[in-house]
Design a protein around this ligand. Structure first.
Ligand SMILES: Cc1cc2nc3c(=O)[nH]c(=O)nc-3n(C[C@H](O)[C@H](O)[C@H](O)COP(=O)(O)OP(=O)(O)OC[C@H]3O[C@@H](n4cnc5c(N)ncnc54)[C@H](O)[C@@H]3O)c2cc1C
Length: 524
């Protein structure tokens, strides 16, 4: 995409899409393929929103998935419908969690392709077969729910009762949709580390704890275990930007006009036609639209319509750290090869107790001294994000996602909180390594370590995510009232639809709200 904003070809469009994130592009591609005139207006100088690849370190030929990094929720149907040239790859290892037992470094390796190896690691860690059996039963239950719920996400919104009937498993329904996840985890698992590994999926980007009565943790967990009908998380080949590039090609080939460097500043509608005001460089422009699809967050839509902001506003709770290493560090747990440990999700300080302690500290306004986080190495599964020279020399990318670090800490304590949060995630990581991570970091062309930190405040500034919330707002259970909101994308205005992560069944790299908004706009 060219950064220079051009004047749109028409004065009015069937659909104007606010934001060229991956969901806006999915909507644009579907609508343009259905013969609608479509204009996408993106405030940044590039498309993709939180689904992009970038050369994050000057002079270093590595394209990192700068924000989102794994794909699970993208339905194959969207890839097929839009003819996207985009593939994902399975990770060899599901997860590894280092710990110390009896004064000895050890860890829990989950190798989905090798149940015997996984069973042995569980036995060694917990001293019996019990936890592994519980683990297998628990995830068999979530897989059955995934199989039944995932296909519904690209259909008209079911009612709660319809979805409950579809799940057809009262125990699973109660565990995932009705009672705080902590109750289920405490009944199912005995080991603190095992409980924690399971709970992490409920806390991604979401500031909550196991017993939150609002079930925020259950909603986050659900979206992390139903993707693709299996709950598996895959590596996007070529990085997350490859997905966005494929969508740009599909939308443009179908005739959608994509304009970057165009920030929408106001929307006005009488319910039938709308006027979109946007800024292109120093120029303010207006364009008409029969329908407006908003791929920006609901809080942004409120602002554009001149509506008061909902209180409290959305809040993210994560720290993202992107790194490039000259080599993978050695582990204190010598029973595991680092190439296995880092290939899956590497959990740090994520026992059940540590997750709760970090939550309580952050809730009291303090940066936890040991913040839970998870790490994953993209280049072990897909070296194409590195130049052939870097790959041949053994360089590896590393992405770290820290939990329980709400935006409020960074707005209250600014730069000091950033430094404290970085220390809080790196120190527990170093404690699992047989050599300091700093010794393995690559350096950029100016000799600076290849390490980039993104706080929620950075995400708000860089990506326009209100409060740095990676899902635009709290995730919603995937049901509702179809009489009022057939596709989960309706707003108070009949010709303004949500097409981004803030829709019901939004959140994550899925394209689902983009698809559903297009279906709603087409009257399907
Ligand atoms: C650090 C991080 C890690 C994540 N990791 C994962 C992961 O591994 N897997 C996963 O599935 N999900 C992950 N997520 C979540 C996922 O990336 C997002 O939920 C998803 O990308 C949202 O896509 P979207 O198209 O709905 O919105 P966005 O990507 O937010 O795109 C919205 C677009 O609208 C533009 N915009 C905003 N306001 C205006 C305006 N006024 N005018 C014009 N344009 C505007 C923005 O610039 C942006 O390009 C992560 C997110 C972050 C931030």
């Amino acid at each position: 995409m060219q950064p220079a904003p051009e004047v749109p070809a028409r004065s009015s469009y069937d659909a104007v899409i606010v934001g060229g994130g991956h969901n806006g592009l999915v909507a644009a591609a579907y609508l343009a393929r259905a013969g609608r005139s479509v204009l996408v207006l993106e405030r940044l100088d590039h498309t993709g929103g939180a689904a992009v690849s970038a050369p994050a370190f000057p002079g270093v030929p590595a394209r990192l998935s700068r924000y989102s990094y794994l794909v699970s929720l993208l339905p194959q149907k969207i890839v097929d419908d839009l003819g996207l040239r985009f593939t994902v790859r399975r990770r060899r290892i599901s997860s590894y969690t280092p710990t110390v037992r009896g004064g000895r470094p050890t860890g829990l390796l989950v190798d989905a392709a090798d149940p015997a190896r996984t069973a042995a690691r569980f036995r060694e860690l917990t001293g019996s077969e019990r936890e592994f059996t519980a683990w297998q039963e628990f995830y068999a239950m979530t897989s059955r729910v995934a199989e039944r719920v995932f296909p519904s996400l690209t259909e008209p919104l079911p009612t709660r009762e319809e979805l409950r009937r579809r799940v057809d498993d009262p125990v699973a329904w109660a565990a995932l949709f009705e009672q705080p996840l902590g109750e289920t985890l405490e009944q199912t698992f005995a080991d603190d580390l095992v409980r924690g590994v399971v709970l992490t999926d409920a806390l991604i980007g979401t500031f909550t704890n196991a017993h939150d009565p609002s079930l925020r943790q259950n909603r986050c967990f659900l979206y992390h275990v139903i993707g693709g009908g299996t709950g598996e998380w895959h590596v996007p080949v070529g990085g997350m930007g490859a997905f966005t590039d494929a969508l740009v090609d599909a939308a443009a080939a179908a005739g959608a006009e994509l304009r970057t460097g165009c920030e929408v500043t106001a929307l006005a509608t009488d319910g039938t036609t709308a006027e979109v005001t946007y800024r292109a460089g120093d120029t303010e422009r207006r364009v008409g639209a029969r329908q407006v699809l908003c791929g920006a967050a609901p809080a942004t839509l409120d602002r554009l319509l001149g509506r008061p902001a909902e209180q409290p506003g959305p809040e993210g709770a994560q720290l993202k750290v992107n790194m490039l290493l000259r080599r993978l560090p050695r582990l204190r747990d010598t029973a595991v090869d680092p190439r296995d440990a880092f290939a899956g999700t590497f959990h740090i300080a994520e026992s059940y107790t540590e997750l709760e302690t970090a939550y309580r500290l952050a809730e009291a306004g303090r940066v936890p001294s040991a913040a839970p986080s998870e790490i994953y190495c993209h280049s072990l599964t897909d070296p194409s994000v590195l130049s052939p020279e870097l790959a041949a020399q053994g360089y590896q990318t590393l992405t770290l996602f820290g939990l329980q670090l709400p935006a409020r800490l960074f707005t209250q304590h600014g730069e000091a909180a950033r430094e404290a949060a970085l220390k809080a995630v790196l120190e527990p990581l170093d404690a699992c390594l047989a050599e300091p991570l700093a010794d393995c970091l690559a350096v950029d062309e100016r000799g600076r370590p290849c390490l980039e930190v993104k706080t929620p405040a950075d995400l708000e500034r860089d990506l326009g995510l209100p409060g740095g919330n990676i899902f635009h707002r709290d995730l919603a259970f995937p049901y509702g009232d179809p009489a009022e909101n057939r596709w989960g994308v309706a707003t108070e205005q009949p010709n303004i639809l949500l097409c981004g992560a803030g829709a019901v069944r939004g959140g994550g790299v899925s394209g689902i709200p983009g698809h559903n908004a297009a279906m709603a706009a087409l009257g399907r």
